[in-house]
Write a protein that binds this ligand. Structure first.
Ligand code: ZN
Length: 413
């Protein structure tokens, strides 16, 4: 199985928007942008929603059948590890091996020796074609890199082999992810991580490093975009060089766990991948759920009321809802509108406060992020929530489509 050049991760918390999401990619195709969809869902999401990996596959299969999508499509067991992968084995063909928790885990002296045997060749000046300044690398630094990442890559190999044993090596795409950490990995570190990936025999087709800056959920990039540009460009060149040097899969590409809505850096990524004719995988977070909320708000009446109720409950349960997402959200509680205030809003006010239109006077990133993590509240409403979304599927679907196509794809490619 070989992943296409451009792939786009679509998260759909409640599994109701498969058609609308695929329609966005069909629109892109009609405009000459070929992207394959990857339905991604993590174990954590399944637990909160009380859905199962089989549901995601069914959603994808149904949408593909209904719209006669003839290109490949994938279902991503997102951020899995050895403890959580098994329920996904039958229902996914893309596995994101999340080894962030294993960064810095212990390695044996023999493992260190094996790594250094190959890595020492790059001690001194490492010149990557396309990067003007050579990187200077000391022996000490190599040891530090090994102690940071070797245990993580070893774990990725263990997960990979477990999946390959069950599914067969040719029947899935493997991604190695280390993005859910505070410290970004430098292009030099990425180079040696790729060497380790080769040494451990993982045919990874996508790699998700942690980039510089903050990738908060559902809102724009926070950080220095010029630093991101430099790092992203160097990462592309490092991957290109590593693929040739270590004979990694020739379609190996960056996977950006965007958290959605990284409007500032989408054009930068788009420009650079085109410059070097590289592919990309972009994961979005569950912003499809936010579009459901916007759609409900715009539908008015009891649907708008439900959206307000969800906000009120989320407001009252901020600590509980935000806790698990502390590294990927930034909300100043003092600026959040009070639920009694929101109660008086009309459809347009609610929708435009939630919708990410940079510069819009109503847009409130704290409000948006709180609702982003509030899908648990909607999950608790169960069938009442799902029935409401289905009742307003026309307007909700329109928002889902427009969001993916216009705000994401067109800004990126
Ligand atoms: Zn991620």
């Amino acid at each position: 199985m070989k992943l296409e050049k451009y792939s786009f991760g679509i998260g759909d918390r409640f599994g109701q928007q498969g058609l609308a999401q695929l329609e966005a990619l069909i629109k892109a195709k009609e405009a000459g942008i070929e992207i394959v969809p990857v339905w991604n869902k993590s174990n954590r999401e399944h637990q909160i929603i009380k859905s199962s990996p089989a549901d995601t596959l069914l959603e994808a299969d149904s949408a593909v059948l209904a719209l006669q999508w003839e290109e490949p499509y994938y279902v991503d067991a997102d951020h899995i590890n050895l403890k959580t992968v098994d329920p996904f084995l039958e229902h996914a063909n893309f596995f994101t091996l999340d080894v962030a928790d294993y960064i810095g885990s212990e390695i044996t002296e023999q493992e260190l020796k094996d790594f250094l045997k190959e890595a020492s060749a790059y001690e001194g000046e490492l010149l990557i074609p396309g990067i003007a300044q050579p990187f200077s690398i000391s022996g000490e630094e190599l040891v530090k890199i090994a102690r940071s990442f070797l245990g993580a890559v070893r774990e990725a190999a263990a997960i990979y082999r477990h999946i390959a044993h069950k599914k067969g090596t040719d029947n899935f795409i493997a991604e190695v992810s280390m993005d859910e950490v505070e410290a970004a990995q430098t292009p030099v570190e990425l180079f040696f991580i790729l060497m380790m990936i080769k040494q451990f025999g993982i045919p990874a087709q996508t790699i998700a490093p942690k980039f510089t800056g903050r990738f908060n959920k559902g809102v724009d990039y926070v950080g220095d975009a010029s630093l991101f540009r430099k790092e992203f460009e160097e990462d592309l060149l490092v991957i290109d060089f590593a693929v040739k040097t270590f004979e990694l899969p020739d379609n190996l590409k960056l996977s950006v766990h965007s958290g959605s809505d990284k409007f500032t850096i989408y054009p930068i990524m788009g420009e650079l991948i085109k410059k070097y004719q590289k592919g990309i995988h972009v994961k979005t977070a569950g912003t499809t759920w936010l579009e459901e909320m916007i759609g409900l708000a715009m539908a008015g009446g009891e649907a708008l009321q439900m959206a307000k109720d969800i906000y009120r409950r989320a407001y009252e349960r901020q600590d509980e809802l935000c806790g698990p997402y502390s590294t990927v959200i930034d909300i100043d509680p003092a600026t959040l509108p009070l639920p009694q205030e929101v109660e008086l809003w009309d459809s347009e006010k609610f929708a435009s406060t939630l919708r990410n239109i940079p510069g819009h006077p109503n847009y409130h990133s704290g409000f948006r992020q709180l609702i982003h993590v509030a899908y648990k509240v909607a999950a608790e409403l169960g069938e009442a929530y799902l029935a409401m979304v289905r009742r307003h599927s026309g307007i909700v679907g329109e928002h889902v489509r427009t969001n993916i196509y216009e705000r994401h794809i067109l800004r990126l490619l």
